[in-house]
Design a binder for this molecule. Sequence first.
Ligand code: FAD
Ligand code: DHB
Length: 386
Amino acid sequence: MVIIGAGPAGLLLGQLLEREGIENIVLEHRSREYIEKRVRAGVIEYGIAELIDEAGAGERMRREGLQHHGVELRFDRTSHRIPLSELADGKPITVYGQQEVVKDLVDLRQGAGASLFFDSEVVAIEGLTTDSPSVQVEAVDGPVRISCDYVAGCDGSFGVSNKAIPKELLRRHERTYPFSWLGILTEAAPATEELIYCRHENGFALYSMRSPTLSRLYLGVRPEDTLDQWSDDRIWDELNTRLATDQTPEINQGPIIERGITAMRSIVVEPMRYGRLLLAGDAAHIVPPTGAKGMNLALADVRVLFGALVDQLKSGDGRALEAYSATCLERVWRAEEFSTYMTQMLHPSYQDEFENGIQMARLRQAANSKEASTVLARNYVDLNSL
Ligand code: FAD
Ligand code: DHB
């Protein structure tokens, strides 16, 4: 089995297959240093944390990850706590950086001596409708061709896998949003115990964290904005303005050690299977980050794919593999719906006052109606295992 991409999806699939004794190779375009430093998502759903445990990769996550039982919606300079665990069968979320999950999985793989090749770009995938497909790799020592029984496309939305599905069979559903997120990592103690999703008339803000000394914050910015337009002072001023309440006028500041701007998109690619190629994670779908679903959705695909491969390769039962795309897509669309709901509710429009009225009505309902906050809590905590 060839796995393209050493993001969370490819690495977790490799780890699960190793434990079942199913031979696999992971090929990664970038260096180890690069993938371990890439700061991205931070919230792990309840059922996905259990999946990481089941793969034998949860030890440090359980020790260093932060368990949260609530989340805050902030609007009109007022805090509204959603008691997640109380509304979602007692389940917490775990706040633990995506790059830490990646580091843990790389360490396990290297410790076990399993194949993982960095600086190895897959440039072509062939023979997908035959019994022995192959991948063409530009490796450090030159080009290599590797034959296998199945190819797992875990190479993100800009990889080669989704392009290997013939155009006439592929459907791509896409939506872009009129804002981006500017994210920073700062050496400042979190000013809050729980995450804060904030809507302010200047734009969206999110307060998150990584440890007792590291905070992760985001600002909704215009899609054309670049980092050189956002000095440290401007970032802190805007975070303070948007996040201020009458009780907490200032947030903790520290040196900014990482920053980036990410465009917001929704993409769904159908089908997620073509012959011997199986897509998982961002290769098949992108969600806007407001619901913290990207990594969780990727790892949930891997749970389904792993089960289907075990059935096929150990018992010759191909039914789950046949159904793989349809099984995943139902959950993928649920995650798209939740991410769209969170995104639309929290990012004010700079032109459309009608839209702003709708957003405020939705926020008040999410904060004040038990039914609405229960739906939000259940989706936030465990959408991918419901
Ligand atoms: P990836 O993590 O993208 O891994 C794919 C891997 O494949 C990469 O390592 C890539 O180098 C490799 N690759 C690509 N092409 C090839 C090739 N041809 N050959 C070999 N290897 C290849 N989600 C959230 O929930 N919250 C966030 O705050 C958040 N922030 C994000 C910020 C950015 C900049 C990005 C891009 C995404 C963010 N996401 C966020 C989404 C989340 O990080 C992804 O959903 C998650 O990384 C998906 O994991 P994956 O394994 O499917 O893909
Ligand atoms: C983080 C990222 C998200 O997209 C989100 O919704 C919540 C938290 C984070 O990086 O901590």
